[in-house]
Design a protein around this ligand. Structure first.
Ligand SMILES: Cc1cc2nc3c(=O)[nH]c(=O)nc-3n(C[C@H](O)[C@H](O)[C@H](O)COP(=O)(O)O)c2cc1C
Length: 405
């Protein structure tokens, strides 16, 4: 009998292709569109305009989102031949856990606006494949509910993403809840101490949190509840107002990270690092990992493409802690490029929201299976058998051709 606590083995790229073509032979077609553009389009048709725009949109003119994609485009893969790629191993080691592929579901808040099962669907999809899930502070289900939903599926790492607000007791309470519920790392997001100027959301006059969505972790927190005259169930407006007054803390500095380091036993990973000097300060503060990310272009308009920031951060870190990456990962080639530039693993954002919108848990699973299959094939067809082998020599850029040759 198969062990229900064991994640399902993931098909290789060719196996996945065969499954899909066999379905086609019988007149079938994947229920979740495979081309991401079609998947997003289907999600758009199913969602309200404001929910779609909340996920799809970015800060200001959205040119940071474009820069994210353009940065990937500039790096080209240079395939190598005749290198026995018959057997591949996509697994990577991260904080003592071996992941079957270098892919995590990144923290995405307020998932209930795209599907009623929200974070529970996403965590179950990731866990069933042994891939880590990072739960947002702004999740639609509580830290504890999500832990329980995942535990019933299989054993795989889950991390908690922390937005560090104004109330230190509330922050400490959330960290303790996450530790108690088995989240094995803290992702501290640094780039969102205020919300970016998001023109689509401003146009709709829409912020889901102001409707009480994405506040499950606050409404269920004993410290938060203790600050209210009436519980959130009785007076949601007062609870939403309290959240608004506590959410952001633009006064944080590197000293606060040192403080956090002393108050948690789990690894701390800082998300939102784009400058090599910040990477150096992060290491001085004693953190255990970094995520190079510009929050999918949702915070600073006119920003650097996240992939363009990766090499200098990797150089500064020099192997001392793992560097992860997100912002613009869409397909296997993107994962390949990020790994070749020094990322240990990548986090997926919007694409899994489109899968969730279209088909809930099954939709997220399909998106993950397709991405892993695509990565496996990209690796093999480029002449590599495992993620560790990748470095910048697998890539080419016309503007740097001389420097790299
Ligand atoms: C709808 C939405 C909500 C997000 N919520 C959070 C969040 O709560 N915490 C966080 O650290 N990042 C959040 N992010 C950022 C993602 O973790 C990730 O950095 C981003 O999606 C990467 O860009 P990409 O989706 O274009 O690849 C969110 C992103 C989206 C699209």
């Amino acid at each position: 009998m198969s062990d229900p606590k064991k994640p399902q083995a993931m098909p290789t790229g060719p196996e996945r292709e065969l499954e899909i073509y066999a379905l086609g032979l019988g007149g079938g077609k994947p229920a979740v569109p495979i081309p991401l553009e079609m998947l997003e389009q289907k999600a758009k048709e199913m969602l309200s305009p404001r929910a779609y725009d909340y996920v799809a949109g970015g800060a200001g003119s959205e040119d940071t989102m474009r820069a994210n994609r353009e940065a990937f485009y500039r790096w080209r893969i240079v395939p190598r031949m005749l290198r026995d790629v018959a057997k591949r191993d996509l697994s990577v080691e991260l904080f003592g856990a071996r992941l079957p592929a270098p892919i995590l579901l990144g923290p995405v808040g307020v998932q209930e606006i795209v599907h009623k099962d929200a974070d529970v669907a996403s965590v179950r999809a990731a866990t069933s494949l042994g891939l880590p899930f990072v739960l947002s502070t702004m999740s639609s289900r509580t830290i504890e509910e999500v832990a329980q939903a995942a535990d019933n599926v299989a054993v795989s790492p889950r991390w908690f993403q922390l937005y560090w607000g104004k109330n230190p007791e509330l922050t400490a309470s959330m960290v303790q809840r996450a530790e108690r519920a088995g989240y094995s790392a803290l992702v501290v997001t640094l780039d969102t101490h205020s919300l970016g100027w998001r023109e689509r959301d401003l146009h709709h006059g829409y912020l889901p949190f102001m409707l009480g969505q994405g506040l499950a972790n606050y409404f269920s927190d004993p410290i938060f509840r203790g600050l209210l005259a009436q519980p959130p169930e009785q007076n949601p407006m007062a609870a939403i107002q309290l959240w608004g007054s506590l959410f952001s803390n633009p006064a944080l500095t590197w000293k606060d990270i040192v403080f956090l380091r002393q108050h948690t036993r789990v690894p701390i990973i800082l998300k939102g690092i784009l400058h090599a000097n910040d990477a150096a300060l992060a290491l001085e503060a004693g953190v255990d990992g970094l995520i190079v990310s510009n929050h999918g272009g949702r915070q600073v308009d006119g920003g650097i493409g996240a992939l363009d920031a990766l090499p200098s951060v990797v150089r500064e870190v020099n192997g001392r802690v793992p560097v992860l990456f997100d912002s613009g990962i869409r397909r296997g080639a993107d994962v390949f490029k990020a790994l070749a530039l020094g990322a240990r693993a990548v986090l997926l954002g919007r694409p899994y929201m489109w899968g969730l919108a279209v088909a809930g848990e099954a939709g997220v699973r399909e998106v993950l299976l397709n991405l892993v299959a695509d990565l496996d094939l990209t690796l093999a067809l480029s002449g590599y058998t495992c993620c560790r082998e990748l470095d910048a020599s697998a890539l080419w850029r016309s503007d740097l051709a001389e420097a790299l040759s």
